[in-house]
Write a protein that binds this ligand. Sequence first.
Ligand code: GZL
Length: 320
Amino acid sequence: MARKTFPRTALAALSAVSLLALGACGSGEASGGGDTISVGFSQLGAESGWRTANTESVKGNLTAENGFDLTFVDAQQKQENQIKALRDFIAQDVDVIAFSPVIETGWDEVLQEIKDAEIPLVLVDRTVDTTVDDPYVTWIGADFKQEGITAGEWVVENAPDAKIFELQGTLGSGAQVDREEGFDSIVGEENIVGKATGNFTRAEGKAAVEAALQAYPEMNLIFAHNDDMGLGAIEAIEAAGKVPGVDIQIVTIDGVKDGLKALHDKKFNYVVECNPAFGDQIADAITKIVAGEEVPKETIVVDKAFDQTITMEEIDARAF
Ligand code: GZL
């Protein structure tokens, strides 16, 4: 099955996609008051601080005053809910469909239905693995593999003898697959004593680490695919009478405020940012697609990374 992979470039790869404005937008007429753009957005859930910030950014930019008529549906991390929402958007004949797929596979049928309905699709955040040819106009998100590499490079540099437990995100999601690939390629599988998923949530991350503390007593570093699971790990480590950030170091990805506060409190050791606040870029891409303008096939949302020198002033100044 052909996996959609991207040239990992720091900048958007400009492969012009020009669409006939009328032919590419459902019925061909922007619905609403003439120039209002109707958008169906299937958000995968509200599982983490990152997702909450991403939803706020989407809703804060796809507004009526910005010329959008947004139908926003939260799928509660269930693929069947996303597929139903996508089919509802087709039935509503929206001008554009946008969605963040909870996992990479299982979308072929509905992606073909969207294509057959000639409704342009904007892929947001997560990636898809599909046999449908050219299923979306543009993808906007982070370079998950690079995030994993950045986390791994810190571990090699700062904890070269670590016995690592990898706390994975939702199994089969693009973020989990690529972060694991990037991180493992740098630290070496032989240094990873165990892996388990915490499904990107704090509660499931805590449960996974409670089990890992029993199964892998030698573990002294946790790589968590997101801050929320790392925060759950802190709870489990402290309940076991150990000191997070010291007895067991913690490296995470996201950089939401709660995660950066844990870093400032020295309970996390390193945090790789995954910027959720790109609703403006989504709005811009949708506007251009409807106007028949060129949009890049992919736009990489640029990330950075933080260590324990971060200050509360820096944290308070951040938008998310
Ligand atoms: C990353 C995003 C991930 C976050 C998690 O772009 O898909 O999903 O890292 C969220 O916090 O659950």
